[in-house]
Design a protein around this ligand. Structure first.
Ligand code: 2RA
Length: 351
């Protein structure tokens, strides 16, 4: 019989995309159970052509679950993932709670799928959405040239912080619409946006905000630390040099990253394009004169990482500059989680 799947956090931004994905992908699941926080319990949600009732998370409700996907805040995963494991499930966790733990593999299905078997705690972690979009395209270049250093700048969408982020951006855009003078005087956008900041530290409409996540050490943001630490772990390069600047931009969905990647050997832009053309999970969009480059408005709702603007650095024959965009709710979250879970479903049905 097919394994039973639980989706914990089924009504959030990522959970909603997860239900869409489960509807569209090849079905490998028996029963699907949806869980969410108290205020969504009882809601009817369509998933895989069925109308499912959202349940409250209790230890007993997890009995009989084979694979549990968690798309919830860190503290909810930290508390409930071990409960799901106790009840017999393998957990695929999309939060940051376990990613850097030594005995929890951090899996990107195009890069290190075999790591799913290395799960002494019964937990497998999914990467942060900004890291994921970028790493899917950087890994094949690493295999070709041997990565030494990454200098990154992110352009992150509002939905990266969940549905509340996307809602706040839309509300702000309504407040600033129509006034053609807005943005030409210091403070005028702040005034127009008023108290509609949502989860952001400053207005996002008509602005860019060089801050994502919380404060880590020495002025770095937690998001910048995640890009560094997760890239190292996924690629198996503990000494990789990584410097990231994470920036929130007024985009609803689709995280982009400008990448300066330094390698061990000389690189060639056309050869790099060929590598990326053949890489799984990547789509090459690199014809600037035809207006073709990776952009969130095109990448949203799609599975691959879009890669373009590939250039060899003018001052370093071992370095490439490129631009990557990926749907932060798909490969950045729900899709990679679903892909990991499907590897587990295959393993379970072989038993
Ligand atoms: C963000 N990557 O965009 C983070 C968290 N999912 O805010």
């Amino acid at each position: 019989s097919l394994p039973t799947l639980a989706v914990v956090g089924a009504t959030g931004a990522v959970g909603t995309v997860m239900c869409e994905l489960l509807t569209g992908r090849r079905n490998v699941w028996g029963e699907i159970r949806l869980f969410a926080s108290e205020r969504s319990v009882g809601r009817r949600v369509r998933c895989r052509g069925e109308e499912l009732t959202v349940r409250a998370l209790t230890p007993e409700a997890l009995d009989g679950v084979d694979v549990a996907m968690f798309d919830v805040p860190d503290e909810v995963s930290a508390r409930w993932a071990p409960v799901a494991v106790e009840r017999g499930a393998i957990v695929v966790d999309n939060s940051g709670a376990f990613r850097m733990e030594r005995d929890v593999p951090l899996v990107v299905t195009e890069i290190n799928p075999d790591e799913v078997r290395n799960r002494p705690r019964g937990i497998i972690a999914n990467g942060n959405c900004t890291t994921l979009a970028m790493i899917v395209a950087v890994a094949p270049l690493h295999r070709e040239y041997g990565l030494r250093e990454l200098v990154l700048a992110s352009y992150q969408a509002a939905s990266g912080v969940g549905q509340g982020g996307a809602d706040a951006l839309h509300a702000q855009l309504t407040r600033v619409a129509g006034d053609r003078m807005l943005g030409s005087r210091a403070g005028d956008v702040r005034q127009a946006v008023g108290d509609e900041l949502g989860p952001f530290p400053a207005p996002l409409a008509l602005n860019v905000v060089p801050w994502a996540g919380g404060l880590a050490d020495d002025g770095w943001s937690s998001e910048e630390m995640k890009m560094r630490n997760e890239s190292r772990k996924i690629l198996g390069l503990p000494d990789l040099k990584v410097s990231a600047t994470c920036v929130r931009v007024p985009v609803v969905t689709g995280h982009s990253v400008a990448v300066h990647a330094v390698f061990a050997t000389e690189v060639d832009a056309e050869e790099a394009r060929e590598v990326l053309r053949n890489a799984p999970g990547v789509i090459l969009v690199d014809d600037p004169t035809a207006g073709e480059f990776p952009m969130p408005i095109d990448a949203v709702g799609t599975d691959p990482s879009w890669v373009g603007r590939i250039r060899r650095a003018l001052d370093d024959p071992r370095a490439l500059d490129l631009f990557i965009t990926g749907d932060n709710l798909r490969k950045g979250a729900a899709l990679n989680t679903a892909q990991i879970a499907e590897l587990l479903a295959r393993e379970l049905s072989r038993r």
